[in-house]
Design a binder for this molecule. Structure first.
Ligand code: ZN
Length: 338
């Protein structure tokens, strides 16, 4: 079996690796139907996160179950399944509270850009679709493994409600799906912050009512202009930089909420400023597993089409080009098909 391995910044290779097999009785092995490149894969690809040794890549996956360990009863060979980038038992107190990405027994699934994948804790992690899907649904189902679940969590964490005003900081795939999520939750007004034509267009397709091209304090000022100097009820922070986090906090009205899902890189908050904003903060690695049943239904019934974020599809063996295209911002998100 071949899969993607990152050797050094900018150096992704598609090479022979050991085929996954059942190790623990709680494992499953799936044959990949589709996988993709995540914005967070670009941190090590760009050398911003260190690459200490050759590292298998990819954490977004969906496919057909080939084999399960003897302790797995909830899914069976032949079913089409989706799981989160964190495997979870779905039974511990943190899982029961809906925070499966903080499961007491969580295991990161980090080698999904490959033809096959071992999924630990399969009973708690994998959710099967009603039937094997038609091929056109696969991209949207794949997004539920991370990017759509993360955009959805940003909207949940930011307390988006029917009729409210929402701002979204970040026009990557997560931010765009945050727009779609806010729309689905009934937001009255959705302000997308983007300076790229193709991303603005997709944001509008997903439900954005306003576009703000300014950034930083100028971006905050534009949101204040659009909201009678009050700020947005909910702001989705989908980048993870100091500038984007401050932009999100300062664009939120007193009593409003920021949902932050961009992995922070160098973010440092000033306690005194935070104190006087009256803003609620909630975020972290999205508990994607919590949302899988509901989001599978929405995709299955064709109520949402989050797969539109994939603007480049490549065969899996061209994974290196998939990274390059996203690194150079030629692609929003790359879909990889084995
Ligand atoms: Zn758990």
């Amino acid at each position: 079996m071949r899969g993607a391995v990152l050797y050094a910044p900018g150096d992704v290779r598609f090479e022979e690796r050991d085929a996954p097999k059942i190790i623990e009785p709680t494992d499953a092995v799936i044959r990949m139907s589709a996988t993709c490149v995540c914005g967070s894969d670009l941190w090590p690809y760009r050398g911003i996160s260190p690459v200490a040794q050759p590292t298998p890549m990819g954490h977004e996956y969906c496919g057909i179950v080939e084999e399960v360990g003897r302790a797995v009863t909830s899914v069976k060979p032949g079913q089409f399944v989706i799981g989160s980038f964190f495997a979870s038992d779905n039974t511990c107190p943190n899982c029961k509270a809906g925070y499966q990405s903080s499961c007491q027994h969580k295991v990161f699934v980090g080698d999904a850009q490959a033809g096959r994948l071992r999924v630990p804790l399969a009973e708690g992690t994998l959710v099967a679709t009603p039937e094997v899907p038609s091929d056109d649904l696969v991209p949207s189902l794949l997004t539920l493994s991370d990017v759509m679940g993360t955009g959805w969590f940003a909207a949940v964490a930011a307390n988006v409600k029917p009729g409210t005003t929402v701002a979204v900081v970040g026009d990557g795939a997560v931010g765009l799906l945050g727009v779609l999520s806010a729309k689905q939750m009934g937001a009255g007004r959705i302000i997308a912050m983007s300076r790229h034509d193709s991303r603005q267009k997709l944001a509008r397709e997903f439900g954005a009512t306003d576009i703000v091209t300014e950034r930083g304090d100028e971006g905050v000022a534009r949101i204040k202009d659009l909201t009678n100097d009050v700020g947005a009820d909910s702001v989705l922070e989908c980048v993870g930089s100091q500038e984007s986090m401050m932009q999100a906090i300062r664009a939120t009205r007193p009593g409003g909420s920021v949902g932050y899902v961009g992995v922070p890189h160098g973010v440092d908050l000033n306690g005194e400023e935070l104190f006087y904003t009256h803003v609620r903060l909630h975020g972290g690695p999205a508990p994607v597993r919590r949302f899988l049943p509901e989001l599978i239904q929405l995709v299955w019934n064709r109520k949402i089409d989050p797969g539109k974020v994939f603007d480049l599809t490549l065969p899996l063996d061209q994974v290196a080009e998939g990274y390059r295209a996203m690194d150079e911002r030629r692609a929003i998100k790359t879909l990889l098909r084995p």
